[in-house]
Design a protein around this ligand. Structure first.
Ligand SMILES: *[C@@H]1O[C@H](CO)[C@@H](O)[C@H](O)[C@H]1NC(C)=O
Length: 273
């Protein structure tokens, strides 16, 4: 155990020389109830832990899959307010391994800073990957509509928070879940923590660069006062306009069978029933 720890410390020191260590959510535990992220069973082979930063603030957290070039999940606090959507899209400089810029930026800004599109493309999706898609949208995991201020809304327009999502689902039942179902369920919640994710699928877009998820899911843990009092989940196949309501426990079981590993999404205090 001690050996393993030393090895980890050594490994992270070696890393430090060349870019910021992005191997945990240490800079942004506030987006997880009790600071507890999902267990490691969701981690892909080549993960990146992104504390989504924009204009000197953190807005949510994303676990990113650098090989499939889609997020595994985004985690945030639900604070829905209406407001503007962003017109531009951002990428994550830290994923290039060639930049110490610690917040999302546009592709063109990075180009000015001497980071080529090839460097950006290697470990993340770029705008071109999502151009000309038929029947698929840029689906937000952390949705613009659940953020409480304009900077946070803009910050959801980064490609590390986006998956190719069935257009009919995105504009149909998933939209109803995000707007109506979430607002009904959270009526008496003082705080609601949400984790929304995508299960990798067997098809892709952009010539194999970006995975097209088979499922989109979402889980919430609601605090009435200071106690986690209720929790729930939802899951949708990414080629049907249908969302299934589940308990948190049922969603974790479903994900456990899809990933073939035991999945826990929230701290134990969030009710599973
Ligand atoms: C899921 O639950 C919400 C809120 O309770 C409800 O309005 C909606 O109809 C349910 N959806 C399905 C598919 O059962």
């Amino acid at each position: 155990m001690l050996g393993l720890l030393l090895l980890q410390v050594l490994a992270s020191c070696l890393w430090l020389g060349h870019s910021e260590v992005v191997n945990s959510f240490a800079s942004c535990p506030q987006f997880f109830y009790a600071g507890t992220p999902p267990n490691n069973a969701l981690n892909p082979r080549n993960p990146a832990w992104i504390c989504q930063r924009f204009r000197n603030q953190y807005h949510y957290a994303t676990l990113y899959d650098r090989d499939r070039r889609i997020p595994v999940y985004s985690a945030y606090k639900y604070r829905p307010v209406s407001g503007k959507r962003s017109k531009v899209w951002y990428v994550e400089p830290q994923l290039t391994g060639k930049s110490d810029i610690k917040q999302m930026e546009t592709e063109s800004y990075l180009k000015e800073k001497g980071i080529s599109i090839e460097d950006i493309k290697r470990s993340q999706a770029i705008n071109d990957d999502y151009k000309g898609l038929k029947g698929l949208d840029r689906g937000h995991l952390s949705p613009c509509g659940h953020m409480d201020k304009d900077v946070s809304k803009i910050a959801t327009f980064t490609l590390t928070n986006i998956v190719p999502q069935d257009s009919t689902l995105n504009k149909g039942q998933w939209n109803i879940y995000e707007s109506k179902t979430m607002s009904q369920r959270t009526k008496d919640c003082k705080d609601t923590y949400v984790i929304t994710g995508a299960v990798p699928g067997s098809t892709d877009i952009a010539g194999g660069r970006v995975n097209r998820p088979s499922y989109i899911w979402s889980a919430a843990c609601c605090l009435v006062g200071t106690k986690p009092t209720r929790a729930w989940g939802a899951i949708a196949e990414n080629d049907k306009d249908e969302v299934e309501n589940l308990s948190l426990g049922e969603l974790e079981k479903r994900l456990t069978s899809l990933y073939r590993e035991m999945i826990t999404l929230f701290n134990n205090a969030c009710p599973r029933e």
